[in-house]
Ligand binder design. Structure first.
Ligand SMILES: [Ca+2]
Ligand SMILES: [Ca+2]
Ligand SMILES: [Ca+2]
Ligand SMILES: [Ca+2]
Length: 335
């Protein structure tokens, strides 16, 4: 009898080892069962608002996959693979591979809590997929609000299909409390992707209760191939840095094969054209449509019918656009 009890004791110890009361076990879903699923099943299972979606070869097997970033700092690679259905037809299914997000330290506690608002947890604001270091593997660039000095993080993709945080030492100190826009573009036409980030400015309250806002709102970080430097004032002048913009875009707007910069602002939209490395601003005469967020839609042949289906972020959900739902009006956040 006693022997039996001892066996039961060790059996239950075995069963519950590794399970702790404070670690709830996530029920298996298309997001964590490592099994192939059709795309809509995976997209349905994502409950966090989706911020960014892009087509990229995330595992470097030569065929395209999907990378998706959610508001709660979750990054998922959806690895596409061909399989056969019950009738022997080729179909495309996806396996979810979570990517480790960057760890964003909380800023140090304020020394004057009566005068300044308490710190909040850093929050992901926007994300972009682009090849930032020209190695032909797409990278994930993320911008966080509520950090002291490192609002931008870069996860570099590599030949093994892994992403690692390579931000340390390659980005300058940036005084951005809450980023608004994040873009990548080759601003200075040297072949290296640069980073544009805008901010609402930083409100500061001094010890007499006087509120002042740091004016600098646009940062153009020029990539020399190894590190990024804040060249905003040097290239565009001080005025440019302080502008409040709806959108900022880099591209060849005057067809001289050199990239220009356009800022779309409620006051006055401007075109900055480049000559011998220096940008000169003038009033924007043409109409440029604002696209403040990138990586909001993509297309991919997800059912092997030879046609690409559009996939769009609508009301925080990534949705495959079909003939049935193509005319549905786009719901806003919170709908
Ligand atoms: Ca792939
Ligand atoms: Ca890369
Ligand atoms: Ca560049
Ligand atoms: Ca141009």
């Amino acid at each position: 009898m006693r022997k039996k009890n001892i066996i039961y004791f060790f059996l239950s110890l075995l069963m519950f080892s590794g399970l702790r009361a404070d670690e709830p076990v996530e029920p298996k879903s298309a997001l964590n069962d490592s099994q192939p699923h059709v795309l809509s099943e995976i997209l349905q299972a994502i409950t966090d608002p989706v911020m960014c979606i892009a087509r990229t070869d995330a595992d470097n097997d030569g065929s395209d996959d999907i990378v998706l970033v959610t508001l709660n700092n979750k990054i998922l690679a959806l690895l596409a693979q061909e399989s056969l259905d019950f009738d022997g037809n080729k179909t495309i299914s996806f396996i979810v591979k979570p990517v480790t997000p960057p760890v964003i330290p909380k800023p140090p506690e304020k020394t004057d809590p009566e005068l300044t608002p308490p710190n909040r947890e850093p929050m992901l604001v926007t994300a972009v997929i682009a090849d930032i270091n020209n190695d032909e593997y797409d990278d994930i660039i993320l911008a966080y609000a509520g950090t002291e000095s490192s609002p931008v993080r870069i996860l570099c993709g590599n030949s093994n299909g892994e992403y690692s945080d390579e931000s340390e030492g390659i980005l300058p100190h940036l005084d951005i409390a809450a980023p608004a826009l994040l873009k990548t573009a080759d601003v200075d036409s040297d072949g290296n992707m640069d980073i544009i980030i805008t901010s609402f400015g930083r409100a500061k309250v001094d010890r007499f209760g006087v509120r002042a806002t740091s004016q600098k709102k646009i940062y153009v970080l020029i990539n020399d191939g190894t590190v990024f430097a804040d060249k905003t004032a040097e290239l565009f002048g001080e005025d440019f840095c302080n502008k409040m913009v709806i959108d900022i875009q880099a591209g060849d707007f005057n067809s001289d094969n050199i990239n220009d910069v356009v800022i779309l602002s409620p006051e006055e939209s401007m075109l900055y054209t480049s000559k011998e490395g220096e940008f000169t601003g003038c009033k924007l005469e043409t109409t440029v449509k604002p696209h403040p967020r990138v990586n909001q839609e993509m297309s991919m042949d997800i059912n092997n019918d030879g046609k690409e289906e559009p996939i769009k972020i609508q009301g925080g959900k990534a949705v495959v656009i079909t003939e049935e739902n193509a005319d549905t009006p786009e719901p806003g956040y919170g709908d």
